[in-house]
Design a binder for this molecule. Sequence first.
Ligand SMILES: [Zn+2]
Length: 310
Amino acid sequence: MSSEQWNRREFFAALAGGAAAFSIPSRAFGQNAPAPIKATRLSDRITMMSGDGGNVGVILSDSGLMMIDGGLPERASDMLGAVTGVDAHPVTLLFNTHWHFDHIGCNETLGAKGVKIMAQENVKKRLSVRTTMESMNRTFDPLKPQGLPTQEFSKSGKMTFGKEKIEYVHIPTAHTDGDTYLFFPDANILHTGDLLFNGFYPVIDYSTGGWVGGMARAAEEIARRCDAKTKVIPGHGPLASKDDLKAAGEMLSTVTQRLEKLIKEGKSADEAVAAAPTRDFDDKFGHGAFKPDAWTRIAYTSIVRHSQKS
Ligand SMILES: [Zn+2]
């Protein structure tokens, strides 16, 4: 089944569930209630929410909560209800790791209440206009003005939320052109946004500046920020570790090198697929929403697009 044949809920329910979800026939998703949102406490002040679109981080302070991403728009009330179950304080800050709809689902609801929304400047740019994601064959309308980021940054920075120190780092041209990961040095926790899909081939949004080689470098760079004990909240899939980042980085970098060689030799996308550049990674990564052939095509196109820009 190609990704185009999945409807949006099926596709992202599957992404959120990781590889295990794919043993369930896709039709089942349409008939079942959506997966419950699960809260996993990672430290005194940081909780990971999963089961809805991208994984969400919740940070507690004495005066309010910070959310990192907000899941799917149609499940905003489920997500905000689950967050209230973690702590009754109101959300006072929402951070968007990137523009994708399965991460910005609470923007309009929280923005309407005056909650500050922080994001890299390219995120606001993408959310302000109708934007197409060719790798998923989908187009998204702009958010209502109240859902747009209210505090933008261009590069990386440091901040504190309550007692929690936070370093936020923008990685240009990886999964999109506006990805930020967040590191909490005291808690030794890191939220990657979609710079890591833990255990399966990732979405690469080449329509908004993403490419496979950039995702390889991002995974390698983030792995270097971690030690063996770092708890890594991935964009999709189960809680991860430095080793998972290293494995993703090695896969992405090897496939990039193989595809770059094939492209240099003048091979078409069909010929690149036939050369099976992902063959030794398919057992580990090929059971997600993207099957090896479809993903190879996306990775190939992302390299071609990136080389046309640079
Ligand atoms: Zn994404």
